[in-house]
Design a protein around this ligand. Sequence first.
Ligand SMILES: [Zn+2]
Length: 296
Amino acid sequence: MRCALCKREAELEKSHVIPKFVFRSMKKESPTGNMRLTSQSNKKVQDGDRQKLLCGSCEDLFNEDETLFANRIYHKYRADSLKEFEYEEWLNRFITSVNWRNLYLDIIGFVMEKNIDPYRLDILIQAEKIMRDYLLKERDNLETIENHIFFFNPISEASDSISDMHLHTVMGGSAFGYTFISYHHDSYYVFLNLQGLIIVTIIKPAQDDSWKNTLVQNEGQLNLNKPQYITTPLFSEFEYLAQQRKQAMEQMSEKQRIQIIDSIKKNPERYKTSKAFEQLQDDLRLKRINDNKRNN
Ligand SMILES: [Zn+2]
């Protein structure tokens, strides 16, 4: 088989679309000790999904950036100790590598299911090529493609419709990513949500897309003491996911519900110190702020 990145014939390895360290942490942080609460939110969730995609040397090329990202950003974010950080090219490469994997697999899916028109397909294929060349170090920039990093940690302000959606729970308790096209805005994104840490590759933004304090380049620094603001059609996708999850929760069987409540009762301390509990508190706080605004 041919490697998706370097295109050489090789024995391919099964690689994770979502980095391994995320699943280890999700399991550890789940209030019930298993992943039911977090993984059933909707069918697009790809927990631990593995695909034969890359040869050994391309896999190695990605591993280095992944380790740096895990140690310098992800684990600190999960421990609430990420405030300000400097980065070099590994961050741009890490974001590109995970979103490239999703884009590559989505292009295959779109073509197989014949649910994309030639105009949009062409935009995605061109972006895939630019990202691939960058990852192979055949170019040192992404042209007009931009990488961004955004933290739901926690949201301090949101519109009414968003404040009701339990976004902290939805985004913070899961990991998933895919290519998103806004037909209405003719804009294109690939994103990966890693438990509320969202990395986005903007292939083509909408006219009124606005991203503040989120841009990642080949080197730089991000100061999270300053707020991040985003306005983008991609956010409507997160709202959609939140709605789906709400429906899934409502349709959860009585038996499942009792199992979850029982396991929380058995070990309430574990639940109270869990990330899930923290996310629920953040959701309720945001809702309270907006309820108060409405009533005044
Ligand atoms: Zn390769």
